[in-house]
Design a protein around this ligand. Structure first.
Ligand code: EPZ
Length: 434
């Protein structure tokens, strides 16, 4: 299993580019199931979760083509015949987002067999709200041998009210509704930008959707959808991670190719902590380290609140701030896996239930640490960039799930980071649902 070797102390300077959003690409790829025509997606990030989804779609009978040498970030998917509408456990166990094929499969073929995702490092990750919505639309869903079996002649429009705000739940049911009979009204929907991007693709495919990105989405079912070409928008979490990398190293970094409007809560928090952030344009943000970093509390919320996917990264920054920062994780029940590793590097953090109290500034010293999940890995990279000495980060395959060539991008702006393949270790069971 690959490791990262990172020597801390270099301020990051220069321009770093953001890739396409993994959490937008995943539902958009699943949307290709809804038509027998070709769907071409541009700006797809080259990360493991995307590779997993390509394998998943191909295993069901889809033709999946990557753009080739001249367009590596383009993927074309054609689900002309879905010979085997089954999402197998071997694939689903490595990526919870595989449940995104559930709605489209039932809508397109009238049946689906999807392995239950199971839990993951950050929490239980149930999909009961996906199931409840599909049943309300007329699907008959049974669970056996760890699989969901779903059938429906044709889904019927319904009035759905989510008990909890769920991002992939909103996306799954939106994709189910676009081919359902009559109208579907969905309330208490997720407002994440990734829902907006999916709605834009579905509309380009001929769907009739109003309110994507708001709490209330209205869908008029249509008989069929046609192919489309769509460009995935920039990854707001990768962009936020780079803003914190510039801040924590006391650098002067231009984050290019991002969407600044998706980063309001993160930018506001960084400014509260004393970080200098300048929005140079709609897709370009400059970040400079603070003279003195000040403690500032965060409480993770659904969009447009402070994103849970930025909590671990922010905590690394908070270890360097003067004072006490209270970090509240309200979305997932176990998203503090990075804390013990940060403490091993010298951070002063106490966890009580869903609250972590960070006292700073703490001088971090390099250590051998273990990555446990996607965003915890990012937190450890950020800490290692400022720690005294050379850190070794193990199990970086977690990082590779959602960050494209992260070591090249960071090295390109002055970080001392390199990947070390552990050629003697057996290819481990790399399972993680994100
Ligand atoms: C999406 O996960 C993202 N993944 C996650 O990003 C992100 O952390 C999360 O949304 C929250 O923003 C993708 O988009 C592929 P949820 P998702 O359903 O949809 C509970 C990353 O780091 N819930 O919004 O799975 C759930 O347990 C990943 O890129 C139910 O109870 O999250 C959680 O407590 C990690 N029943 C809360 O809702 C359900 O049926 C929010 O989960 C569904 C969810």
């Amino acid at each position: 299993m690959d490791k990262f070797v990172i020597r801390g102390g270099n301020p990051l300077r220069g321009t770093i580019r953001v890739s396409g959003a993994k959490n937008s690409a995943l539902p958009c790829m699943a949307a290709a199931i809804l038509t027998e025509d070709e769907v071409t997606l541009e700006n797809i990030p080259q990360v493991r979760d995307i590779e997993t989804e390509r394998r998943l779609l191909a295993s069901m009978g889809a033709e999946v083509r990557q753009g080739g040498a001249d367009a590596p970030h383009t993927t074309t998917i054609r689900c002309q015949r879905l010979s085997d509408p089954v999402a197998k456990y071997e694939i689903v166990k490595t990526m919870r987002a595989s449940s995104l094929v559930l709605g489209p499969l039932i809508a397109r073929t009238g049946m689906a067999r999807v392995a239950m995702p199971g839990g993951c490092a950050i929490g239980g990750r149930p999909i009961d709200l996906h199931i409840k919505g599909l049943e309300k639309m007329g699907a008959v869903i049974t669970q056996q041998h760890g699989y969901l079996e779903a059938r429906a002649e044709r889904l019927k429009g319904a009035h759905l009210v989510f008990d909890k705000i769920t991002v992939t739940g909103t996306e799954d049911l939106l994709m189910a509704a676009v081919l359902a009979e009559d109208e579907t009204l969905m309330e208490n929907c997720a407002r994440e930008p990734e829902v907006v991007d999916l709605a834009a693709l579905l509309t380009a495919m001929g769907a009739k959707i109003e309110g994507g990105g708001t709490s209330t989405i209205r869908v008029e079912g249509v008989g069929r959808l046609h192919g489309a070409r769509h460009r995935i928008f920039p990854d707001r979490i990768e962009a936020g991670t780079f803003l914190i990398a510039g801040a924590i190293t006391g650098g002067d970094l231009i984050v290019a190719g991002c969407n600044a409007t998706h980063l309001s809560a993160v930018i506001a928090k960084l400014e509260e902590a004393g970080v200098r952030v300048d929005i140079l344009g709609p897709d370009t943000v400059r970040v400079r380290g603070a003279e003195r970093l000040r403690a500032a509390d965060i409480s993770t919320e659904e969009y447009p609140g402070f994103p849970t996917d930025m909590q671990a990264q922010y905590m690394a920054l908070a270890t360097q701030a003067e004072g006490v920062s209270v970090v509240e994780e309200n979305i997932f029940e176990n998203r503090f896996m990075h804390v013990q590793e940060l403490v091993r590097m010298g951070a002063n953090i106490k966890v009580e239930g869903r609250t972590a109290t960070v006292r700073g500034p703490a001088k971090l010293s390099a250590a051998a640490v273990m990555c446990s999940d996607l965003r915890a890995s990012a937190s450890l990279v950020l800490a290692a960039l400022v720690a005294d000495g050379e850190s070794i980060l193990d199990r970086v395959y977690h990082m590779d799930r959602g960050y494209e060539r992260i070591e090249e991008k960071l090295a390109g702006v002055g970080a001392e980071i390199r990947r070390m393949g552990n050629i003697f270790a057996p290819k481990g069971e790399e399972s993680e649902a994100g």
